[in-house]
Design a protein around this ligand. Structure first.
Ligand SMILES: CC(C)(COP(=O)(O)OP(=O)(O)OC[C@H]1O[C@@H](n2cnc3c(N)ncnc32)[C@H](O)[C@@H]1OP(=O)(O)O)[C@@H](O)C(=O)NCCC(=O)NCCS
Length: 181
């Protein structure tokens, strides 16, 4: 399995990435996956991919949102048949390396809880927010725990971002050695 920068010249990888995006997030991309892949492959962004036997089996992207220092991780997808084999971790680590090489010091992401997968859903997050974040439980295989395992921390939420009781969970990771107090 290879992890490398996304080969934008290869049409087959683009088609496989669009199909993967649409199958993983049908509610968001079923009718606009190719347009989204176009944005993900924009020159100012970074995209990396995982390839097995000549086929794309996962990819990840990063967007410079605060000059070059703060980058948003979006998206991250691994083909269902290849999950839990460390590929998601390797994709994010490769992306982090590329972000640092371009001057990045923090990577952050929003991970939606639209389908009741954590205890942060179905509750009023304007009430006792920080206690609720502290006591978060994963009740439906939500990926926030994947991100925690590779060094990301919950730094906030957007309550009701996807509808009442359906928050977006914000996570971040410092990518460089800390030399501030
Ligand atoms: C989230 C995702 C990218 C993880 O990729 P992956 O290749 O399966 O992840 P890894 O194998 O590197 O997992 C690393 C660790 O995280 C854990 N993990 C992975 N997904 C998890 C989840 N949804 N919930 C809890 N733990 C999870 C793994 O069990 C593993 O734990 P271990 O180190 O104790 O063995 C993949 O499940 C995926 O594509 N999901 C659908 C799309 C998605 O949700 N993307 C993120 C949107 S913000």
């Amino acid at each position: 399995m290879l992890i490398q920068l996304f080969d934008k010249s290869n049409e087959q990888y683009i088609i496989e990435a669009a199909n993967l995006l649409a199958s993983c997030f049908p509610h968001a991309y079923s009718d606009c996956a190719f347009e989204e892949i176009d944005r993900i492959l924009d020159d100012e962004r970074i995209a990396v991919m995982a390839v097995e036997n000549g086929h794309l089996i996962g990819f990840a992207g990063a967007i410079p949102q605060y000059g070059v220092t703060g980058w948003e991780l979006h998206p991250l997808v691994v083909n269902e048949a290849y999950r839990n084999k460390g590929i998601g971790t390797k994709l994010v680590f490769k992306l982090e390396e590329e972000v640092v090489a371009r001057g990045g010091i923090v990577m952050y992401l929003g991970t939606d809880d639209e389908f009741g997968q954590t205890t942060l859903s179905g509750t009023d997050l304007f009430d006792n927010l920080f206690e609720k974040i502290q006591n978060i439980k994963n009740i439906g295989n939500h990926p926030y725990e994947f991100y925690q395992k590779i060094g990301y921390r919950i730094v906030g939420v957007i309550p009701d971002a996807n509808g009442l009781g359906k928050p977006d969970i914000w996570m971040a990771k410092r990518l460089v050695r800390r030399n501030i107090e």
